[in-house]
Design a protein around this ligand. Structure first.
Ligand code: COI
Length: 394
């Protein structure tokens, strides 16, 4: 392994320990939760069958929402309370709501998959629950127990189960989120907070499917810095990625890749996805987790699947120079990105104003495709879930 740059040694030794993704058992033991009863008020105007079927036939991503939503309130005095499932409806926020001013907001993304027998499952939700807690802590928000997080998903999906599409690669994307809704302009953690879950039927994230896409490298603007919020799934991280994303799109790239903030040389992650390099000998390399990289559930799962089939997986710094030289010498044979929404998609080239590494290949590499298929097979119940990764929601 190449020698580590100083900033990465610091990170690996851990100013803060990079988040590790634990097993379901460990998480359950960690949790102490107060059970809450969810009050249900069903919509009196459910979406008409024909309209819902039209949506499910071509859902796109993040365009339509199911009929209900979950809400739970928190305040400093009463802790979490008022758990309910209500008709999907706009929120009423006071203009002085803290979230609107200081972005005290965190979220998660996971999917509900329909299996051939009609049952509905989700993938490693305990890991999302754990990350949600870490994100909330970083943003000065209260912790939601993992049990309550999981229960909230079940409550929504059980009521809106007809919104889960049946085609492979389609799902009901679940978006749990927590916002500070105390009215105040003081810069401080809110004493009043709300948690919600909404569901959005989703087809493939990229219309290009598994055709490799070029990625724009943001050489001037970074996503996250040492000690910052990069490892948390908080709204502000995504806001900061949007101007670079505009540059990417202007240059024909659907996504942007960020580099480390100290040297501007090492790959970190895309706006909302992790990145992997595949070497000629089948080794996978991905940037090591740090406080500036989001610990992706798909990232962790790819690593586990690859290792269990005997591949070497290195979690270490990857410089742009290594990618440039590796692609040129064919030492690097594939690049791919991964995340919950997009699963795994192949990257054809890394581009910026100054360089273009890679090619215009329209064919995804075999390692990328095989890992993608393994994940799909687990998520859609087409293979035995030997790792107990799937949790039944309905
Ligand atoms: C996800 O994969 O769930 C993401 O976080 C990407 C994006 C839709 C925010």
């Amino acid at each position: 392994m190449q020698s580590l740059p100083k900033h990465c040694i610091n990170t690996l030794k851990g100013r803060i320990s990079p988040i590790r993704l634990n097993s379901r058992k460990a998480l359950t033991l960690m949790q102490s939760s107060t059970p809450l009863t969810f009050v249900h008020s069903q919509t009196t105007h459910p979406t008409a069958l024909a309209a819902r079927e039209a949506v499910l036939a071509n859902p796109g991503f993040g365009k339509y929402y199911s009929d209900h939503m979950v809400a739970i309130d928190w305040d400093a005095e009463h802790n979490w309370h008022g758990a309910r499932v209500t008709p999907y409806a706009p929120l009423t926020l006071d203009p002085a709501s803290l979230v609107l001013h200081y972005a005290q907001a965190v979220f998660e993304g996971l999917k509900a998959y329909r299996h051939a027998d009609g049952s509905i499952w989700t993938f490693r939700p305990e890991v999302n629950a754990q990350r949600f807690s870490h994100s909330a802590e970083r943003l000065g928000l209260p912790e939601l127990s993992h049990d309550l997080f999981l229960q909230s998903l079940k409550e929504l999906v059980q009521l809106d189960r007809d919104w889960v599409p049946s085609e492979v690669e389609s799902s009901l994307y679940l978006r749990p989120f927590m916002i500070a809704n105390e009215n105040s302009l003081s810069v401080r953690g809110a004493d009043k907070v709300a948690y919600y879950v909404i569901g959005s039927p989703a087809g493939p994230y990229f219309s290009s499917g598994v055709t490799p896409v070029p990625i724009w490298v943001s050489t001037q603007r970074t996503r996250a810095a040492r000690g910052g919020t990069g490892y948390a799934k908080c709204a502000g991280n995504y806001a900061g990625s949007l101007a670079p994303l505009k540059d990417a799109r202007k240059n024909g790239c659907p996504q942007v890749l960020f580099l480390d903030s100290e040297h501007g040389q090492y790959l970190e992650e895309l706006g909302g996805m992790n990145i992997f390099v595949v070497q000629k000998d089948g080794t996978l390399v991905t940037p090591a987790l740090s406080d500036s990289i989001l610990p992706g559930v798909t990232r962790a799962s790819v690593i586990e699947l690859a290792r269990s089939e005997g591949r070497t997986v290195q979690e270490r710094p990857i410089s742009l120079t290594e990618v440039r030289d590796g692609l040129a010498s064919k030492q690097i044979t594939e690049l791919f990105a991964c995340g919950t929404a997009a699963l795994i998609f192949p990257i054809s080239a890394l581009k910026s104003e100054e360089f273009s590494y890679g090619n215009d290949s329209t064919v995804a590499g075999p390692v990328t495709l095989a890992l993608r298929q393994q994940l799909l097979d687990i998520q859609y119940g087409k293979t035995t879930d030997t790792r107990n990764w799937m949790l039944r929601l309905a």
